[in-house]
Design a protein around this ligand. Structure first.
Ligand SMILES: Cc1cc2nc3c(=O)[nH]c(=O)nc-3n(C[C@H](O)[C@H](O)[C@H](O)COP(=O)(O)OP(=O)(O)OC[C@H]3O[C@@H](n4cnc5c(N)ncnc54)[C@H](O)[C@@H]3O)c2cc1C
Length: 490
């Protein structure tokens, strides 16, 4: 029996696809990774897409893949923009969107039990209708899945400043391990899978803490001076509102080019408070006292809150490529980092968004507007990702997320613990079938990775021409070449 037939037997023929268009769609996420680069990475194409409907089906598919030594890449909604869902070693794409049920709603014990493929917004709407809410959600909630947010770390998003990262909200996970075994975790073991990016197990069910719905109030302030805005953000970090974020002047300019009419201040801050009316009034008073900026009328703040799901993507037509490198930094260095980022990006069309995180951190998302169709221009901007990362590390920050995009920074990300991370991967997944070549393996040898950005920045055409020649080679030869140079492929 072919492996296609075996998979059809497990999940039914309608839930297995080898259609060329399907395979193409499941070879991309939101990451603007040019075709030439992916081929240069020695990427293999997925052979089949499988859409299981239950944990037991996931278990059988993974057990089968393990027996046949086939790579298997968990797929939520592909809203991450770091290439994490790309099935770079071929094999099976495991689309988990069919695991989308709400199995249990327990208002008394304040939890829900849901399928990991459920989209956040569906759960939020379900809870809202019943007077409850989740603690934390990503601003990609209309599309992102519960499992995808867990697997990507859940450390930045709405609610994190108040409730902590998503890992703190997990009461239990049902996870399929690499050999097909199903385990149930307790709240502490769940942390193994938080941020594991699909490399340690497939998250199938989630028991999530929920809260009775509180009142909310949305506030917005504009600052003419960068340092005033930074001081205000540091103050907000100290009082931990439900959510706070900021947009820089360039961001507002772009929004105004689209459809807005906001004052073009150096820093524009939005804050959301959650609590009883008395608590909200008390915090609003304290925040107003601390602010040295202009306070906007409430309807403007409410509109910004309601548009939180689409604010960055609304600018896509101005790019059309939105190229970014997200860094998580200690908030006390925010001012210095913004100055350095603005100096780095001064010749680009760029914008910066920041979102309050946990443990005194803030996530910065500098976005460069470029156009991946104009390959030379795009290749010139590509090395900026590594310069942004360096600024983050200089100030004790880090890159937020690895995916495929950031695998070359692994020694930087894990430092001395990289070997231990590899041991953990080996213990969970000895055959490296789960989302292989991610999180612990450097695909591009370090010397090549260090050299390429320098050449790319100054002579992007040269790198492009080189990649085009490499792309003419058979994939197997490219992969052998990478291996010989020290790259780690499966
Ligand atoms: C407009 C916009 C706003 C965003 N806002 C935020 C934000 O506020 N905070 C934030 O952190 N990110 C944000 N993101 C990034 C992204 O949306 C989130 O990380 C999201 O949670 C990913 O979910 P997904 O279902 O799309 O996962 P995918 O992109 O499909 O997968 C991401 C990774 O998780 C793995 N994975 C997916 N599902 C599972 C599973 N069930 N079991 C095991 N592994 C799995 C995949 O293999 C992959 O490595 C945003 C993106 C966009 C476009």
């Amino acid at each position: 029996m072919s492996f296609y037939e075996a998979l059809c037997q497990i999940v039914g023929k309608d839930n297995v696809s080898r259609d060329v268009l399907d395979l193409l769609c499941y070879s991309h996420d939101l990451a603007p990774l040019p075709e030439e680069l992916l081929k240069g990475f020695g990427m293999l194409n997925p052979e089949v897409v499988v859409r299981p409907r239950s944990t037991s089906e996931v278990s059988k598919v993974v057990e089968y893949a393990n027996g046949k030594n086939l790579p298997i890449t968990p797929w939520g909604a592909a809203t991450w923009s770091l290439g994490g869902v790309l099935p770079i070693e071929g094999g099976i794409v495991l689309d988990l969107s069919g695991l989308d049920e709400i199995y249990e709603f327990s208002p008394g014990d304040e939890y829900v039990r849901v399928g990991a493929g459920l989209v956040w917004k569906r759960l939020m709407d379900f809870l809202e209708a019943r007077g409850f809410e989740v603690g934390v959600h990503p601003t990609s909630a209309p599309s992102a899945t519960i499992g995808g947010f867990i697997a990507t770390g859940g450390g930045s998003g709405v609610g994190v400043t108040r409730y902590g990262p998503l890992g703190d909200q997990l009461l239990s996970l049902k996870v399929v391990l690499a050999d097909g075994r199903i385990i149930d975790t307790d709240p502490w073991d769940s942390w193994f899978f938080v941020g594991s990016e699909g490399t340690l197990g497939v998250i199938c069910e989630v028991v999530l803490k929920i809260y009775p719905r509180g009142e909310m109030k949305h506030l917005m302030y504009g600052f003419d001076a960068l340092d005033q805005g930074v001081d205000f953000l540091q103050f907000l970090n100290g009082i931990r509102p439900y959510f706070y974020s900021f947009l820089d002047k360039e961001f507002i300019r772009f929004l105004n080019q689209k459809e807005k009419d906001l004052p073009e201040k150096e820093i524009t801050v939005t804050v959301t408070l959650l609590g009883t009316p008395e608590e909200i009034a008390m915090y609003e008073r304290r925040i107003d006292e601390a602010s040295r900026g202009e306070k906007y009328l409430e309807p403007i703040a409410v509109e910004e809150w309601e548009e939180r799901f689409k604010v960055v993507l609304s600018l896509k037509s101005l790019g059309p490529t939105l190229f970014s490198q997200e860094i998580r930094i200690p908030i006390r260095f925010l001012g210095d980092i913004l100055v350095e980022l603005k100096e780095l990006l001064k010749n680009e069309r760029y914008l910066i968004e920041g979102v309050g995180g946990d443990f005194g951190s803030i996530n910065l998302l500098p976005v460069i507007m470029t156009d991946e169709r104009k390959e030379s221009e795009f290749f010139r901007t590509f090395p900026l990702a590594s310069h942004i990362a360096e600024i983050g590390y200089k100030y004790h920050g880090c890159i937020y997320g690895i995916g495929l995009y950031n695998t070359s920074y692994l020694p930087r990300i894990h430092g001395d613990s990289l070997g231990i991370m590899r041991d953990i991967k080996q213990a969970f997944d000895p055959k490296h079938i789960l989302n292989p070549s991610k999180t612990t393996q450097m695909r591009i040898p370090a010397f090549l990775f260090n050299a390429v950005p320098k050449v790319m920045g100054s002579a992007p055409g040269l790198v492009l021409a080189f990649l085009k020649v490499v792309n003419l080679l058979p994939r197997s030869l490219i992969r052998t070449g990478l291996r010989l140079m020290g790259g780690k492929l499966r």
